[in-house]
Design a protein around this ligand. Structure first.
Ligand code: SF4
Length: 472
């Protein structure tokens, strides 16, 4: 998962400055590195890139010349080896174009075979860009987008600048990865989330639809839908994990705020906990406090507490200066970050029965560590409730858990997972509850069901390559 931004200013406002401002608001989507590109006119670009948080990576962005169009990217590595050459946006080709994307191409290995010896990186963006350029030079922009939609499988939201300074963007045929458009009399902008676009003031924000392209050229915005051979029925399958974990609560998805979606996830989870409890010997009055695992689950935990009538307490305190653990690239880094990240309010926990609420349980290590620390602090009982159903299969479309052997729920029952984590009881929202909470059926739920928008023919190879990259 990454964050992308593209801007064209119709007035004298500097696009580079606006782009940097929006990009900072997408920091939560990637912390491995960042890049900013300014269009300098006549097919020339200026580029600043670096590793780490945006404030470190783009220290030199103020050296970029003011421009009418700019691109920004914040990286969360889901392919590649994490080298500096893989930082986006990429600028290349004849004619020279700029491109950045959020997502993963799952048939990357099949397409890469067409480019033996001519690629410079392990990044799937290089493939997208090379395939785009092949068609763009001969048949133009719309044909180039259509070509990509017919060739590539995966989730991808792309923004870019063409050789003449036009701003463009498009989204994969199933709309797995998100992309939004904002327009006013002063500016045209695209971004991975709606939240950052609010900073532009009085703009009209619309979703770029699955398979749709947008181009701003000669003072005119045009947009159009493609029908991909990969999705001839134009089904929407947007990633449910955007609502569960990734997007900011102030953003909206399919016209509903992520805040509301997370609150609803909590409400449906609470209903399910009540039903599960009713069928066992447990009672909700056996719980003293509902405690969120910061940050994402706080909204859902509020709803769980309200619905169950149990007091809500924030006994886990997050250090805001440590990166989000999920998007770190190795388990070792994640556990190290977690122990630095969370502090416990020890005296309040002594002798108490705690219902922890978390957004999801992926590998289970963080849940296990947290449970262990709560018990060490004297908690009498620890229950865990997850707003996401059990994750039983890998993701190949932009979230970095392709390897099902790493997933705690892949081959274990809920009771077994509960024992492995060390909790006294474990509750997952079920799939029907998730769909009701998000008020849509048009979701990718591949990692929950093993049924994916695309065929799974390339998934095995994708996992093998990712394992190799992680060892480099
Ligand atoms: S497999 Fe899961 S995480 Fe990946 S895109 Fe689909 S819903 Fe999102």
């Amino acid at each position: 998962m990454c964050g992308v931004v593209g801007i064209f200013t119709k007035s004298s406002t500097d696009a580079v400055e606006l782009c940097a401002s929006l990009l900072f608001r997408l920091q939560h989507r990637g912390q491995d590195g960042a890049g900013l590109v300014s269009y300098a006119g006549e097919g020339q670009y200026q580029v600043v890139k670096g590793r780490g948080l945006i404030s470190d990576a783009l220290q030199e962005w103020t050296t970029l010349k003011p421009s009418k169009s700019a691109l920004g990217h914040t990286r969360y590595a889901t392919t590649g080896t994490g080298g500096i050459v893989e930082l986006q946006p990429f600028v290349s080709g004849l004619p020279k174009i700029a491109m950045a994307h959020n997502g993963n191409i799952s048939n990357v290995h099949e397409v890469r075979e067409r480019f033996v010896g001519t690629l410079h990186t392990e990044s799937d963006l290089e493939l997208l860009q090379e395939e785009f350029l092949k068609t763009y030079a001969s048949t133009g922009f719309i044909s180039a987008v259509q070509h990509l939609m017919d060739v590539f499988e995966g989730g991808y939201a792309v923004v870019g600048i063409l050789d003449n300074g036009d701003l463009y963007g498009f989204r994969d045929p199933f709309g797995i990865r998100p992309l939004f458009l904002a327009e006013s009399s002063d500016v045209v902008a695209m971004a991975s989330e709606t939240g950052p676009l609010d900073v532009l003031g009085d703009v009209t924000i619309t979703e770029i639809k699955p398979g749709e392209w947008v181009r701003y050229s000669d003072g005119k915005l045009t947009r159009g839908l493609t029908v991909s051979k990969k999705n001839p029925e134009s089904k929407r399958r947007s990633c449910m994990f955007e609502s569960v974990y990734f997007s900011s609560p102030q953003s909206s998805i399919q016209d509903t705020s992520v805040y509301r979606q997370r609150f609803q996830l909590g409400r449906y989870l609470a209903k399910q906990i009540s039903a599960d409890w009713a069928s066992t010997t447990f009672l909700t009055d056996e719980i003293d406090f509902v405690v969120p695992v910061p940050e994402t689950s706080r909204i859902a935990a509020t709803a769980v507490a309200e619905e169950l009538g149990i007091p809500f307490r924030e006994f886990l305190i997050k250090n805001p200066y440590v990166p989000r653990t999920f998007i770190l690239s190795s388990q070792e880094k994640r556990l190290q970050a977690l122990s630095q990240k969370l502090s416990l309010v020890g005296p309040e926990l002594k002798g108490k029965r705690i219902l922890l609420v978390d957004d999801s349980v992926v590998r289970g290590n963080t849940s296990r560590l947290m449970t262990q620390r709560l018990r060490e602090a004297g908690a009498k009982a620890v229950y865990l409730a997850s707003t996401c159903p059990p994750i039983v299969s890998g993701c190949y479309y932009g979230i970095d858990f392709p390897d099902r052997s790493e997933l705690i729920a892949a081959d274990q029952s809920i009771d077994q997972v509960s024992k492995l984590i060390g909790v006294d009881g474990l509750f997952y929202l079920n799939l029907a509850g998730l769909k009701k909470a998000l008020a849509t059926e048009n979701l990718c739920t591949g990692c929950l069901t093993g049924e994916y928008p695309y065929s799974d023919a390339h998934h095995g190879r994708f996992v093998e390559e990712r394992r190799k990259q992680r060892c480099l």
